[in-house]
Design a protein around this ligand. Sequence first.
Ligand SMILES: [Fe+2]
Ligand SMILES: [Fe+2]
Length: 399
Amino acid sequence: MNDHKPRILFVDDDLNILDAFRNLLRRNRKEWDLVFAADGAAALETLEREPCDIIVTDMRMPGMDGPELLERIRDRWPGTGRVVLSGHAETEAMVRAAAASHQFLAKPCSAEQLRQVLTEMLALQTHWTSNVRRWISSTGGLPAAPSVYLELVRVSASEKSSTADLARVVERDPALASNVLRLVNSPYFGARHPTHSLRDAVVRLGNEVVKAVALSSSLAEGKQVAIGNFSLEGLQRESFLVASVAQRVVKPSLREVAFCVGIVHEIGRLVFATHATSQFSMVLTQLKGRQAYQVEREVLGVTHGEVGAYLLSLWGLPRSICEAVQFHDTPREAPEPNEVLTAIHFADAIVHEPDAPHLDQTYLLRAGVTAALPAWLATVAQHRAEHPELWAPMLQRAS
Ligand SMILES: [Fe+2]
Ligand SMILES: [Fe+2]
């Protein structure tokens, strides 16, 4: 893997733009192999000759357009990182492209932005993921980022956008709108006064949390998975509870991130449940008191933490979030301790088994939080006493 020179393909019918990419990435030419194609057909021919690690494509092109090209690439080379470059007024095409792309770059983009997106995607592809990639190619590809999520990212990235703009995006997706309102008014979030205004909900939850809800709810939307006592709804309930506990044990500046990670930390299980149902049910039947990640390694060769983190990184979420998701069950495998990971590991262990949590003591010691544990446990006890209705399902399942 180390000798492999990453290959990146740029597709645009505007030759000036291809030239611009060539110039922007001039100083990366030694480490990256940059290839260019002026239309979809030429791009596919290039890939047939030699597959690429990443493709960056324009949306509007004569003949095959960006979304169609990405769909074909998704089906034929599922491991390829797929980035869409788009101007602002292309909402309708964005929705189509979202189904087949991992990341989105707005035109014009700076050399820095471009380099950062490419570097992170490549790091991900060469790093810890060979087992994840093997699993992905065996299942025929991972879900693309939900279009409403991409739209939220696009809107919140613009300096001119306001909360009202974000609320309008949420409003267009009824399932997301109801999830956002449900969450902001729920005891998970702990707000005192109910609200029916989406704008108010977006302010209270924060942009990042709204995006996390968009990710988790659109993946599960409309899907029914019933295996033993596993349900998607139960998974969501559990994730909200983990978010709720995690945000109570971190310092105030990390509350929003901790809440987000809580919401998405089981996204890998969501992928297993919806995209690899038979493997997933095999895992569930073989659990017999063992921890899920151990059985997943035996049955699938990857854990839900790894698949979830990989997916979130492909979709462009920050490394701090992805790392906490990746290692939430196995924090001792993390390169180094970090506060959000610690909070999520703690919250997750407590929520899964409220009375006998599997805490990774080696890690907690390394993270220097053993002295804080009694206070954290007291916080949880208080939360349980205040909201027995949230904890009852966890206790039933554990017994
Ligand atoms: Fe988990
Ligand atoms: Fe969990």
